[in-house]
Design a protein around this ligand. Structure first.
Ligand SMILES: *Cc1c(COP(=O)(O)O)cnc(C)c1O
Length: 432
């Protein structure tokens, strides 16, 4: 089997099947000719996976799914119109109308906010762990109707790392899956399936595509979780539309096998709620994935240089620096296990002073973009407390470890010396 860097260029796509096109074609079509009535019958009864309508599948999105499935050695996947669709469809799929999810407060602000704004309306409640660094605090929250543990492998903005192997053990001991948002890590730095994750979700908007030019998401599954353990009746349902051609009833496992989780997302959430990824967007993500390793390794090395520079400013403009590469960082041991290639390109630091200095500083940077995004080829800067995490009430901000002084950096591919000079001139202006 090919290695990661070969797969990121070739997996999931065979030019011979597409008029020998070297670059994956953008199939700009809503529907596909059904051919014979027999073929149509097969497609409409899930006995053929040929594309029939782009909301459900399309050769361009198929290529993206195939590539990411192979990059993770996963069983199946489904691409979606955004990272939020990937998060919400996964959580809707595992709860199916009720139950509880264990999560941490160190999550993407939008995901955390959706728990109260959207999921409460679907009878889904979230139990947030007291201390994400203590595995027993996950175990303590398990209840009869707990359906999953949901975490991020590497978190934003403070680059904390969770011990996902230990958390997966807690999940499996209790017959529930571990769902991991691996957006910040990207599969280049970490494959959560190797540490027991059952479902992995991405905002492909970020590092996977890597150029800040597309909104996209994907859900992948290991194929190893037993959805017939009695806790997830939704996978054993036999809705009429899943019947075989001879009319006999089938459930999601009969039809989708090891791809039952993402198959059900495709059949239910994508089909009826409709957040389909556009083929053009899938093409942009595929193009980004071709250079994933090269981009992420430069982002990691840039992040490490910026960490060292910011540490040299502690006691001057900088209060603290949070990244596993920083001296004395609490996550440096976990980073050795989970992130041997580096703990990503996102970090945070505390800026001295108050609102006035923060405002002057953010408005003085010239190379860094002041944007609510991460994982771009360009370096970005933002103050999370009044932007990306502003929906969170003060106690949730505290639980997410976000201070007013927190400044988040997402490293791009520029020359690190220019990035450092730009920060220094902005510090000079803010503290003049
Ligand atoms: C951005 C992000 C999301 C949401 O993704 P969109 O593509 O913006 O919908 C989810 N999780 C994480 C960790 C993110 O960074």
């Amino acid at each position: 089997m090919a290695r990661f860097d070969t797969k990121k260029l070739h997996a999931g796509y065979n030019p011979a099947d597409h008029n020998n096109a070297v670059s994956v074609p953008i199939y700009a079509t809503a529907a596909f000719e059904l051919g014979s009535v027999a073929h149509s019958d097969e497609m409409f009864s899930f006995d053929s996976w040929d594309p029939l309508y782009t909301r459900l599948s399309n050769p361009t999105t198929d290529a993206l799914e195939g590539r990411l499935i192979e990059l993770h050695n996963a069983a199946a996947g489904v691409s979606l119109a955004s990272g939020m669709a990937a998060v919400s469809y996964s959580l809707l799929n595992v709860t199916a109308g009720g139950g509880r999810i264990i999560a941490t407060a160190r999550l993407y602000g939008g995901a955390l906010d959706s728990f109260t704004q959207v999921f409460r309306e679907s009878n889904v409640e979230f139990d947030l762990v007291d201390d994400p660094d203590d595995v027993s605090s996950f175990e303590k929250l398990i209840k009869d109707d707990t359906k999953a543990i949901y975490v991020e492998s590497l978190t934003n903005p403070n680059a904390t790392i969770l011990d996902i192997e230990a958390i997966a053990e807690v999940a499996h001991k209790n017959n529930i899956p571990l769902i991991v948002d691996n957006t910040l890590a990207t599969p280049y730095l970490l494959n959560p399936f190797e540490f027991g994750a059952d479902v992995v979700v991405y905002s492909a908007t970020k590092g996977l595509s890597g150029h800040g030019n597309v909104i996209a998401g994907i859900v992948l599954e290991s194929g190893k979780f037993n959805w017939q353990n009695g806790k997830f009746k939704q996978f054993e349902d036999t809705p009429y539309f899943l019947r075989a051609q001879d009319g006999s009833p089938r459930n999601y496992i009969d039809v989708f096998g090891e791809g039952a989780f993402t198959g059900r997302i495709r059949a239910i959430h994508l089909n009826y709620l409709g957040a389909a990824l556009a083929p053009f967007s899938a093409y942009l993500v595929l193009l980004g994935v071709e250079t994933l390793s090269e981009r992420v390794s430069k982002q990691v090395s840039n992040a490490e240089k910026i960490v060292e520079y910011l540490e040299s400013r502690i006691g001057k403009e900088v209060l603290w620096v949070k990244h596993p590469h920083a001296k004395g960082n609490k996550y440096s041991e976990l980073a050795k296990k989970y992130f041997p290639k580096g703990a990503g390109g996102v970090l945070s630091f505390g800026l001295e002073g108050g609102l006035e200095e923060r405002t002057k500083f953010l408005e003085a940077v010239e190379v860094w973009g002041f944007q609510a995004n991460i994982g771009d080829a360009k370096s970005l800067i933002i103050n999370p407390s009044t932007t990306t995490h502003t929906e969170l009430n003060p106690s949730l901000q505290k639980a997410a470890d976000i201070e007013n002084a927190t400044i988040r950096l997402s490293l791009g591919l520029e020359d690190a010396d220019d990035l450092i000079e730009d920060l220094q001139q902005a510090f000079d202006k803010a503290f003049a």
